[in-house]
Write a protein that binds this ligand. Structure first.
Ligand code: GLA
Length: 378
């Protein structure tokens, strides 16, 4: 990918360039807990967004997206974001960097990626982190710390893309480390790297390739439910809530909000249980927690869909150790922890059954836990 981007850059802009990359992510467990001040357990993967960049001596940013074969330019002093959604991410990163006192000068860039779009692997966080990292390296002597880089990406989502996301995706994309998952406390941003080598198991994603575009921004609505319950309980976030506390306010909140909070409280504990289990090498417990997460996301949090529930059922039938919908939901992937000797049968069965029911096979995505944002050396 790097050579193609560099060649495209040379052809389009006629100068040399520097190449940066940042990664998509998986999340073993801890879904919709980040904006509730809870724990998550993500890792960066070997699927990247890569950008070739060079300073152009103007106050304009000129961007070409290879994957979309689309071009856009904007001024660094412009207040209004570009119409094109993909360009808003880059515009947002520039603005958020400047807002924090960082320097951004005009630049030319060509970017491309192999993070599947709409699969729940955070291609948008990879794009944001790639540019946040690049602008820090090119214009700011790397003085902006990595926490701030992740927040630049997150604020871009909030202020330019309409998604009130948590910090998990951008954090994973910036802080990712080869062969390690990270347990991140989303309140304090304390994090610990856990080497992840599940001996005898494989971690595989099945992309349903469905994306349910729902009206009324359902992701933001989930967050609002959680915030309403936290306010009723008089706590900062659901991080501070327990089942007992929730039971005490049950008649003051809607049934829907009750179920949303019940899921989050359970999920908080599951992340910690999974960490303990990993330290013991107890993958059966890890897997059981993954199934419980799926059930909670499907029934209480209601961010699954028929196709992903079906993939989850097939995983259970095939004796997969753990399986669940991954990421924000409403389509995308399941993440599956499967014993090596059951892998082939699982993949073949899932393809066949899903195809028979929905008319296309799920895409099998094998991932390697990899480094996050970096400069791509020659
Ligand atoms: C999306 C958001 C994250 C997180 C997940 C759900 O990926 O960007 O912040 O909330 O959904 O865990």
């Amino acid at each position: 990918m790097k050579e193609q981007i560099k060649a495209q850059f040379k052809q389009r802009f006629g100068t040399d360039c520097v190449v940066y990359a940042s990664a998509g992510r998986i999340n073993l467990i801890g879904e919709h807990t980040d904006y509730n001040g809870g724990f998550v357990f993500p890792g960066a993967i070997d699927k990247y967004i890569m950008a070739a960049i060079n300073i152009n001596g103007t106050d304009k940013v000129r961007v070409y997206s290879m994957d979309m074969d689309a071009y856009c330019e904007f001024g660094l002093n412009e207040e209004d974001a570009p119409q094109e959604q993909w360009a808003r991410y880059i515009f947002g990163v520039c603005r958020e960097t400047i807002k924090r006192g960082g320097i951004v000068k005009g630049f030319d860039t060509v970017f491309a990626g192999n993070v599947p779009l709409g699969a729940g692997l955070s291609s948008s966080a990879a794009l944001e982190s790639c540019f946040a990292f690049a602008l820090n390296d090119m214009f700011n002597d790397n003085k902006i710390d990595k926490f701030e880089l992740a927040k630049i990406g997150q604020s871009t989502e909030h202020n330019y893309c309409g998604v009130n996301c948590g910090i998990m995706d951008q954090f994973a994309s910036v802080f990712g480390k080869k062969d390690c998952l990270m347990r991140l406390d989303c309140r304090s941003l304390e994090h610990e790297y856990f080497p992840f080598h599940p001996e005898g198991y494989k971690l595989v994603l099945l992309n349903s390739k469905v994306k349910h575009e729902l009206v009324d921004s359902p992701y933001n609505k989930r967050r609002e439910s959680c915030e309403r319950v936290a306010a009723t309980l008089g706590v900062e976030t659901l991080r501070d809530a327990s089942y007992t506390m929730l039971a005490d306010v049950r008649d003051k909140i809607s049934d829907e909000d009750y179920r949303r909070a019940r899921y989050v409280i359970g999920e908080k504990q599951r992340v910690l249980d999974v960490c303990d289990a990993l330290e013991r090498g107890d993958y059966e417990t890890v897997g059981r927690c993954m199934f419980e997460t799926h059930d909670g996301l499907s029934r209480d949090y209601e961010v699954s869909c028929e196709e992903l529930d079906y993939l989850n059922d097939v995983a259970r039938e095939c004796g997969v150790t753990g399986s669940r919908i991954m990421g924000g939901g409403f389509g995308g992937c399941t993440i599956n922890l499967v014993k090596e000797d059951r892998y082939d049968n699982f993949i073949a069965t899932a393809k066949e059954k899903f195809n028979a029911k929905y008319g296309h096979e799920p895409e099998v995505i094998n991932v390697i836990i990899s480094d996050g944002a970096h400069k791509v050396e020659d």
